[in-house]
Design a protein around this ligand. Structure first.
Ligand SMILES: *Cc1c(COP(=O)(O)O)cnc(C)c1O
Length: 462
């Protein structure tokens, strides 16, 4: 591994390249007009550096591509399924495994078996599809993350931790009979890719035991979380990444995983269940067939299962993780040096820019972080995403725009895809915008869809 005083050279070399093109300023303006000033509606060919998401956007290794050629596309009993099952058992320690087409497929299969109508699902902070599947199953999602999570400037090292006191209070107040289960998201995606400590997970387990509640992991970024535990948590530095992962999963009754993040693949997901969960496994298996596919493929091609089996090992390598987490952190540092306000500490998969503070002259009703997204694309061809007032939507009862505390722009870094030169280009774009940020104007809706408005909305400048 490269020592930290050296330049952090990528722990891989490049065998295949995918050309990307920067359109001219004029072309970018036209593209953005056509897209209704919504970067979601841009064609990917119109984007130079795409920081929309880290989901399914990473690069696979030569070893994974070699695995693709070994795909066994038998409808039933594919050898890649048995290989992946062996890997899941080895890494997570769960005997029961079901493949799904992606993370939300796993949620759709499992949640209705765990949730009773009107009951709560307590999490640190639920991811949006997770919240949706809780609600579709008739449950009610509750977020009880520590309060530091909402303070962008707090350097608290485990901002994904559950607020233990609030958890106990909530269970006591609502009654344990009104709670379906507890779900810990690692790392906490909606909270900015912030990690959960092993100590916090242990405490949540104790409480789950005390009140006889099932405890599950939403584990899309399980390896990034383990890396933070090793680096930041007292008494953990001598453990290996696989040891920390094992300990985490041993504290839960099972997991849903989107393989599009730490699985290092472009599509896939899985359900894992502990020894005592055989009955739940049997019922999930019954649901899997009509919803996702037969039990030995669950919506994935054989070749994709093979690539995932290999990716799950590669993601645990410490030099990979050091570079991955380090690259995101270096981008954050560069932005801070320029004086751009961002969420601290920098999370595992993204840098969150505080658009509301940086563009303080734009009122929140005029969506400062969306205005920044638009300006960033025009300036540099970079695509980012607003995580703020537009995403928050309207209050279903009053019809008014919800005004969330935080209005952010997310720069999400795909895995093994861009170099630090790309990240320097990103920082430079911010430096140039900084010089004339007061000239940026806010935006309003030109067309506002009723649900999930951020994906297909159109905007106009105020
Ligand atoms: C991405 C993600 C999901 C949903 O997974 P998909 O593969 O996008 O369906 C669920 N939970 C978390 C924490 C995620 O990051």
């Amino acid at each position: 591994m490269v020592e930290s005083s050296w330049p952090q050279a990528e722990p891989y070399r490049i065998k295949v390249v995918e050309p990307i093109k920067l359109l001219s300023r004029d072309q970018r303006e036209k593209a953005l007009e056509r897209a209704g000033l919504n970067p979601f509606s841009l064609k990917s060919d119109e984007v130079f550096i795409d920081l929309l998401t880290d989901s399914g956007t990473g690069a696979m290794s030569d070893n994974q591509w070699a695995g693709i050629m070994l795909g066994d596309e038998s409808y039933a009993g594919s050898r890649n399924f048995f290989n992946l099952e062996r890997v899941v058992r080895d890494i997570f320690g769960y005997p029961f495994f079901l493949p799904t087409h992606q993370g939300r497929g796993a949620e759709n299969v499992l949640f209705p078996l765990l949730i009773e109508k009107g009951k709560y699902v307590i999490g640190n902070m639920h991811f949006d599809t997770t919240k949706a599947h809780i609600e579709i199953a008739g449950g009610r999602g509750v977020n009880l993350v520590r309060k530091e999570a909402y303070n962008l400037d707090s350097e608290y090292p485990f901002k994904g931790d559950m607020d233990i006191e609030a958890l106990v209070d909530f269970i006591e107040n609502k009654g344990q009979e009104n709670i379906s289960f507890i779900l810990m998201t690692i790392t906490c995606n909606s909270g900015g890719g912030q990690p959960v400590s092993l100590e916090n997970m242990q405490k949540v387990r104790e409480i789950a035991d005390k009140y006889k509640l099932p405890l599950f992991l939403d584990a899309a970024r399980f390896a990034e979380n383990a890396y933070f535990v090793k680096k930041r948590e007292q008494g953990q530095k001598d453990k290996s990444i696989p040891e920390i992962i094992r300990e985490f999963f041993a504290l839960a009754d099972g997991c849903t995983v989107s393989a599009k993040k730490d699985g290092l693949v472009n599509i896939g997901g899985l359900i894992g269940l502990a020894e005592e969960q055989e009955e739940l496994y049997m019922r999930a298996k019954e649901r899997l067939v009509p919803l996702e596919g037969f039990v030995t493929y669950g919506g994935m091609a054989g070749r994709d299962m093979e690539a995932l089996a290999r990716g799950l090992y590669e993601v645990q390598e410490e030099d990979y993780l050091a570079h991955r987490i380090g690259q995101v952190e270096r981008l954050g540092k560069k932005l801070m040096e320029i004086g751009i306000p961002i969420q601290k500490p920098v999370g595992g998969h993204a840098v969150f820019v505080d658009g509301k503070t940086w563009l303080a002259h734009i009122p929140q009703e005029q969506f400062p972080s969306q205005a920044l997204c638009i300006e960033l694309y025009l300036e540099s061809g970079i695509r980012a995403v607003e995580v703020g007032t537009i995403l928050a939507g309207r209050d279903p009862e009053t019809g008014k725009n919800v005004m969330p505390e935080l209005d952010l722009l997310r720069l999400t870094v795909p895995r093994r895809t861009y170099t630090d030169n790309h990240m320097d280009y990103v920082a430079e774009a911010f430096r140039r915008i900084d010089n004339r940020r007061e000239e940026i104007s806010g935006v309003r809706f030109a067309y506002e869809p009723k649900i999930l408005r951020h994906f297909t909305a159109r905007f106009a400048r105020v």
